[in-house]
Design a protein around this ligand. Sequence first.
Ligand code: M6R
Length: 606
Amino acid sequence: MCGIVAALSRRNIVPILIEGLKRLEYRGYDSAGIAVLNGRLQRLRSTGRVVELEKIAVGLSAPVGIAHTRWATHGVPSERNAHPHVSGGVSVVHNGIIENHDAMRENLRGKGYEFASDTDTEVIAHLVHEHLRHGATLFGAVRKATDELQGAYAIAVIHESDPELIVVARHGAPLLLGLGAGENFAASDASALIQVTQRIIYLEDGDCAELSQSSVKIVDASGRPVERQIHISQLSAASVELGQYKSFMQKEIFEQPMAVANTLEMVTSANFVVPELFGARAAQIFRETDAVLILACGTSYHAGMVARYWLEALAGLPCNVEIASEYRYRESVPNPRCLVIAISQSGETADTLAALNFAKARGQENSLAICNVPESALIRGSELRFLTRAGPEIGVASTKAFTTQLASLILLAMVLAKLRGRLGKQRESEMLNSLRHLPAALTRVLGTESQIIKWAEYVAPHRHALFLGRGVHWPIAMEGALKLKEISYIHAEAYAAGELKHGPLALVDQDMPVFAIAPNDELLEKLKSNLQEVSARGGKLFVLADQHVKFSDGSGVEVIRMPDHAGMLSPILHTIPLQMLAYHAAILRGNDVDKPRNLAKSVTVE
Ligand code: M6R
């Protein structure tokens, strides 16, 4: 949800800001803008992508500046709503939502301020200006302004009369500082600064910092000066670049064998699993656990739904999976012995963070974060943690984050099962063996791509599609449908196949492609009967089946054989063809798969 980058140096920082914005575009891409100080305040803004801004910024040069790429919340995507916003000589970029902006707007109007945009952000620019007018320093004015803000923000502010300074602040939205030699930076994430520094300071909620070329001064929420730890970012340029691939989504789909192998690294050479994989206090907390509550959104929610089957079947633990944005507003019955698991690729999803806090506030204090971003708010806010090691996921559609989440969740189920006396040595060793073979099995599934492209060619001209699965593969059908609608804009729904006859069967005709996940498990025969219901109504069936299962091609049925049957790990393998299906359908429809319309990667607003 919006990306911020700020830089202050002796050299021209415009190329640094533009490059930083390009790396932050995954956070939003409705419009982009830049404001620099080079004797005076100069601002350029454009709708659409950062390349459009880059075109109009040719020739712009300055040692100090702030820049922004937007995901619109308040006000349509347009140049007048694009950041930076200005008030006199003050310029501000903002990520987040200011909840009390209406009241502030009224108040500021009363003081003679005029508004040039429909955004909530513009009130920040005027507020800072107002405090400067009353004699505050830039740092003091930003502190005073943020004291009046309700909601979430990460901001960077410059002022024409203070050309040596940038002031930044954060509350509820990510912001970090990058330290250089004789130059300093700020950004929404470390990838934006990869070209200039690896030395990173993650700001805490409530922090406000003043940057000059040679110094960084930070105060915490109470105004006390604080030293924050310097981290050396491990991010490599290659991990955030396309290399041989056409899109990040394609790259990330094909990175899955490696991402899963990295995530499982700590167990693949071991003969057993231990609770400490999830943190120092895991053994104690897991022993106290008598139920599990999983909170997540989107694809991460689907990972949670798969985990429920594993946790119940393996560990014998009752498990609820809740959409985070719903859970936080529901009067559910808290259980203090419940382990609350928050799953998130970014670790910054506002709904998931708020749901976790809500669960804790209701006395469910034992929490575990499954997350792909170290130092994210989710990781910092959870007692226990497991870091998926997928590497940066840049495509808006989540792919490798999902399969690595599943890999961590099966480990969790094993650990809990073992502690509860439900996982014998033999079974543990068999499961570890399957996990060892998982990356190779994923590589073999990627080999089905040429067959999947044919399915994509069929579905691409259609307007609707259905996805069916049963048991643990039902959430995989849901994930397949989400991927297809998210990037191809084809309307897709997923159903537990047994539900079909209770309503959705009415949708089935020759124009409704139906994709079915049909592994060789205990529900296969039931599923086959459900698929007969589709065939009998003239529906065209596309079936992902295991090798020796009787499914014949032809007469309205197309079958792709999965190279392996991975037992309990089967949902992880079945995800891959559905990701490739969505990817190729979207490409055939001419869509930007990495930046689908209306969406953004990190959803840091409610
Ligand atoms: O970063 P998170 O995992 O918390 O994000 C949750 C969802 O916004 C995310 O999974 C979304 O559904 C994906 N774009 C789907 O591909």
